[in-house]
Design a protein around this ligand. Sequence first.
Ligand SMILES: Nc1c(NC[C@H](O)[C@H](O)[C@H](O)CO)[nH]c(=O)[nH]c1=O
Ligand SMILES: CC(=O)[C@@H](O)COP(=O)(O)O
Length: 239
Amino acid sequence: MAASFAGCIQKSPLSVAHKLPHKPLSFAPVSLISYKSSSHLVCSSVSLSSPANSGAGVPLFGGVRDEKNLKDRSAFAQTEAVRHLTGSLTSAAGFRFAVVVARFNEIVTRPLLNGALETFSRYSVKDEDIDVVWVPGSFEIGVVAERLGKSKKYDAILCIGAVVRGDTTHYDAVSNSAASGILSASLNSGVPCIFGVLTTENMDQAMNRAGGKSGNKGAEAALTAIEMASLFEHHLKEQ
Ligand SMILES: Nc1c(NC[C@H](O)[C@H](O)[C@H](O)CO)[nH]c(=O)[nH]c1=O
Ligand SMILES: CC(=O)[C@@H](O)COP(=O)(O)O
């Protein structure tokens, strides 16, 4: 499915190795000034502040800093450009998403889901490109996420739940199982499954993260889903 934007590939030269004279002047302190030259080579020059000086830079090593000279100096050699592959967040039009949401603690998961859907809409994802699947609790998310991922119908699977500690250790079993289940779904299906499950000590912490003073973690997880869908679409397509 062709996404409507190009992923970002940024080329940038590795930091340029340059030689300083073997015996730099012993002035305190040294500040490194970097600037871009017209040749897009990141050049650095070192200026030394002399004790007698008001702190302004002093000519470097006996000569006024000469940017042209610096550019021409053989000591500067551009190294192999490093490719940075990232997903794009400009628009998610054309991507298909599944959202697996736990009904347990629906007072929390419903606003998380709404935050995610609003984010998808803001990034041009059509309603018809989103399937929402309800499961009883966070423990059930993993198996459903894996089945959806293996269907290859979706570019990413967003998993939403709210595990709130009670009086027993059940919290640990459910939260750990939810996390490992969602991770396994990602790895076994090859489709990004995004961990949007709150694990909190109490209900206040959960509500604060479902549209309260700590934001909406469902909306944040939706952004992660968009970025991962873009990264896979543009840079990690299976051959
Ligand atoms: N206590 C919470 C649960 N418990 C239910 C489990 O997720 C699971 O549905 C049950 O153990 C049957 O397999 N689920 C949550 O999502 N959040 C909780 O706080
Ligand atoms: C996360 C849970 O399973 C928890 O809500 C269950 O509560 P309790 O430990 O009091 O049974």
